[in-house]
Design a protein around this ligand. Structure first.
Ligand SMILES: C[S@@+](CC[C@H](N)C(=O)[O-])C[C@H]1O[C@@H](n2cnc3c(N)ncnc32)[C@H](O)[C@@H]1O
Length: 289
């Protein structure tokens, strides 16, 4: 096992990054390795690969394959605060984001007494807490909770349910999550039970669904989906919120901030905060009118 959790980051043109990613795919020794490839800077045409090796051998293998592609620049970063990162024997390390501690069953013993613990079994759903977008949402929420309370919370694109469960565990009386993906909704409901959290999850195609609207208007809406649906849903998210309510949006790259922010500013939101994590951004927007 690796002693230190690292992230391997490679940058290059689209063609270079895709060629390097193909080399990772082609290496049978790297079959279980996790990596993502995305466009980091649309204007400059810069693409990026992020790889998260779980063993030293995997880390060496990934670095060796990437080194065969000198057209991408590679760096290796230590992932997180060692105090929080006691690597488990069988999975991803727990994640600390503000007051929240997101962990898997195998890390039960590591939960700090002062943290709000979120036990997440991801299965096929997105949202182990490891992704920069989820962390950004949790950090933004943690900051807001220092001065406000949110009775009614909606989580659009709930995945594992991690965000709605975080709300239910920090005093929200109503925490509703929704996703277009039915298996995610099932997993989110199981996670709510696992956490003894009063959160409910609905499989729905949009925010006009009766079971989603039923508990609105909401004081806070999380939406960690991609930039295009965030723009497309801007009016629906506005209508789901009370005036003065807050939207925490993520799933967008830093390079897409301007486009997403513009859609919300034009609908009467005020931008209160931006949180950057890796290439990702989380936006805190308040409905003013
Ligand atoms: C990036 S994951 C976020 C999961 C979790 N909320 C988190 O923060 O870790 C995005 C989720 O949004 C869902 N999704 C994508 N577009 C959606 C839409 N238009 N409405 C509702 N859910 C959507 C996907 O199925 C996926 O589960």
């Amino acid at each position: 096992m690796s002693q230190t959790a690292v992230q391997i980051i490679a940058h290059g043109s689209r063609a270079a990054a895709e060629a390097a990613a193909e080399a990772l795919d082609a290496d049978v020794m790297l079959e279980g390795a996790t990596y993502s490839i995305l466009e980091e800077d649309e204007d400059r045409g810069i693409w990026r690969i992020d790889a998260f090796p779980t063993t030293d051998e995997e880390s060496e293998g990934i670095q060796a394959r990437l080194a065969e592609h000198p057209e991408v620049t590679v760096k290796v970063e230590v992932l997180a605060d060692a105090d929080w990162l006691a690597m488990s024997l069988s999975g991803l390390p727990p994640v600390k984001a503000g007051r929240f501690f997101v962990y898997g069953a195998h890390d039960q013993g590591l939960v700090p007494a002062s943290a709000v613990a979120l036990k997440i079994d991801a299965g096929a759903a997105f949202g182990t807490g490891h992704h920069g977008t989820t962390v950004g949402c949790l950090i933004a929420y943690d900051e807001l909770l220092k001065r406000e309370t949110f009775e009614r919370v909606l989580d659009v694109g709930c995945g594992t349910g991690v965000l709605a469960i975080a709300a239910a565990k920090t005093g929200s009386r109503i925490a509703v999550g929704t996703d277009i993906d039915a298996p995610s909704v099932r997993i989110a409901n199981e996670n709510a039970k696992l956490n003894m959290a009063k959160a409910r999850f609905v499989h729905a195609s949009g925010l006009n669904d009766r079971m989603v609207r039923k508990d609105g208007p909401y004081d806070l809406v999380f939406a960690n989906i991609l930039a295009p649906p965030l723009v497309a849903l801007s009016q629906d998210i506005k209508l789901a919120l009370r005036i003065g309510g807050v939207a925490i949006l993520s799933g967008l790259l830093r390079t897409q901030e301007r486009r997403v922010t513009a859609a919300y500013l034009s609908k009467g939101f005020r931008l209160e905060r931006r949180i950057h994590r890796d290439a990702w951004s989380a936006l805190v927007l308040r409905r003013m009118g």
